[in-house]
Design a protein around this ligand. Sequence first.
Ligand SMILES: Cc1cc2nc3c(=O)[nH]c(=O)nc-3n(C[C@H](O)[C@H](O)[C@H](O)COP(=O)(O)O)c2cc1C
Length: 329
Amino acid sequence: MVGAVDLLYRALYRGVLARLPERVAVAIGQWGLRHLPLDRLATFRNPDPRLAVTLGGVRLPNPLILSSMYYDTAILRRAMGLGWGAVTAKSITPGPRPGHPEPNLVRIETAEGPGLVNCNGFKNPGLEAYRAALARLPHRVPLIVAAAGESAEDYVRVVEGLQEFGDLVEINISSPNTKLVYAWSTRPAGLKDVFRAVRGATGKPVIVKVSPDFRDTNEETIIPAALDAGITIVNCGNTRRVDEPRLSQGSGGLSGPAIYATTLENVGRLRARFGNRLEIIATGGIDHPEKARQVLAAGATACGIFTGFITRGPLLARRILDTLQTGKI
Ligand SMILES: Cc1cc2nc3c(=O)[nH]c(=O)nc-3n(C[C@H](O)[C@H](O)[C@H](O)COP(=O)(O)O)c2cc1C
């Protein structure tokens, strides 16, 4: 059954979705996610309790996390039944943002396989509207709420507003497609105040999501500042900034297998440097069971995935879990 559904999605992706203009493919894909009751099918899940992990003291039924991209709670609700150990909501800003104009997402074929480049620009409904939406979202698996901002006050406002609806809270200091957030890594001294203020604003476990473009700054300044503030979970990481003339902004964030080697290297480096003081979410380019196995073996506590969910299909989580389960027997 898993093999057949998997083949069907691959044929649909290669034969149809990958040939349509991105805007149309995204609309069809999101319509399907919203309306098809895939989450009712046990095929997408592997409930083996040996796969469970804890992250920030929260039990996840398995170490796979759907990474931040969707804010629509109808999609998040379905995603919670598609095998993930936790689901992350999109980064929310204090006020609503329309995002960057189209084209803001393009497919890219890299030597390592199919990826995406986006300059989404934090399209989101803003804090107040999102609080109302999250209040109606049941948690079949833990929900990670996410915040983005330009100042410590912005982060605190969003974290204070969202934290009651999340099991964990992620602060995004790394998306490359808005100066707003990407610039934090170029003035990391300012992050000390952000981390302290956010840590004081919630009792929930806090995750800092860092950029693969600032390896040394992450290791030398940002992560030590997070640890000093009592934040012990790092998500490495976000997309890599690249020039992309097809996008409305002329540049965007590259995701998918081209950034996987960096993800694997960063996990090993962070584990070696910070030991057990840090819990690590490995995100970037994980689109195959073997890659998930490798990052976990290199010291990751959990794996974040977005692009693989699109390019490899909604059975990716189940396929990875079956591989990880085999390793436990
Ligand atoms: C269209 C799109 C929108 C995204 N939006 C967010 C976001 O709002 N916040 C965030 O932290 N990361 C965002 N990301 C980054 C992903 O969560 C993830 O970190 C990145 O894509 C690398 O993982 P992947 O190679 O598995 O996709 C977005 C990625 C894409 C492709």
